[in-house]
Design a protein around this ligand. Sequence first.
Ligand code: LRY
Ligand code: PEP
Length: 349
Amino acid sequence: MVEVKINDEVKVGGNNPCFIIAEVGQNHQGDIEIAKKLIKAAKDAGANCVKFQKTCLKEKFTKKYLERPYDNPNSWGKTYGEHKRHLEFSESQYRELFKYAHEVGILCTASAMDMVSFDFLVNMKVPFIKIGSGDSNNLLFLKYAASKQVPLIISTGMVDKSAVKTIYDIISAQHKNFCLLHCISAYPVPYEDCNLTVIQDYMNTFDIPIGYSGQEIGTAVALASVALGAKVLEKHITLEKTMKGTDHVCSLTPPEFQQLVRDVRVIENALGTPIKKVVTSEIPCIDKLQKSLVMGCTKNKGEILYPGDVKIKVAEPKGLNALHFEEVIYKTLVYDKKEDEPLNQGDFC
Ligand SMILES: CC(=O)N[C@H](C=O)[C@@H](O)[C@H](O)[C@H](O)COP(=O)(O)O
Ligand SMILES: C=C(OP(=O)(O)O)C(=O)O
């Protein structure tokens, strides 16, 4: 499988650990201090990267859409434009945040929500650029992004498989330094809509790392995605789930995020090898509880071992592994044997 090179130290896919993105998105409430707290929380939780959403409002939205009333409990203004302006950091604030993340020691990037934002992020030399599901049908943008030859992580919410193939074709025509994330764009996603096994379908279809961007509540589904093979995992992070904003409800608090990272690492460790074998840690249990062949009754040298004469029990000392039962039946005893005595190679012929 192709590995995606995020920077000189970090690669995604192949045998590399799952790349975990803490998605701040707009959970900073438009407040740079909250944004910094979330960067620090992402670092402390063990995330590999922290991410924002960069938008040039007049590139992403029509004038009329921005003037649309946005009257709901998550709104930061009377119109959608006012709401989004409240949540959007300036370029200099982004510089400050990237600098802070660098000081804290965590990779930091953003989703480019439009071409202008994409160019800004390229200039900022972010380790990769995320393309969110809002652009999974935006072929013009995808072509533009592909032509810039920067690593990309692309979400695939709100479209079907044929569109995902189109995304793959567009980017891979230029380079293979990209991942696709399975994603369902609902806040929160009902569990029955997660369709997590799409991850396996993507893995069978595409020769690039596949990941999961989860908007469902909790960590169970995200953990399952890693067990299914996700090599990138994105989850929203928040300081407090009851804060105002559309995404807080499907976000994880810093302790939850920390637990997620810990559990992902446990799962990766536990996935191990598909070769079923006896492992060293089983030896004490084998010694203590595995059954072996013993005499079912007392018999003398020269007598035949009929079924019923050989029993399978936990014994000390052990006899032959009980898997050899069939090989022992109808053999002749070479020694006298008492009931419950172990039967070993050399005791019969
Ligand atoms: C599809 C997409 O962009 N989704 C993003 C990523 O998950 C979200 O964070 C949205 O920006 C957010 O839900 C929008 O909320 P509002 O409309 O209240 O600002
Ligand atoms: C919308 C985004 O992501 P996703 O589609 O993965 O939720 C984003 O990263 O801005």
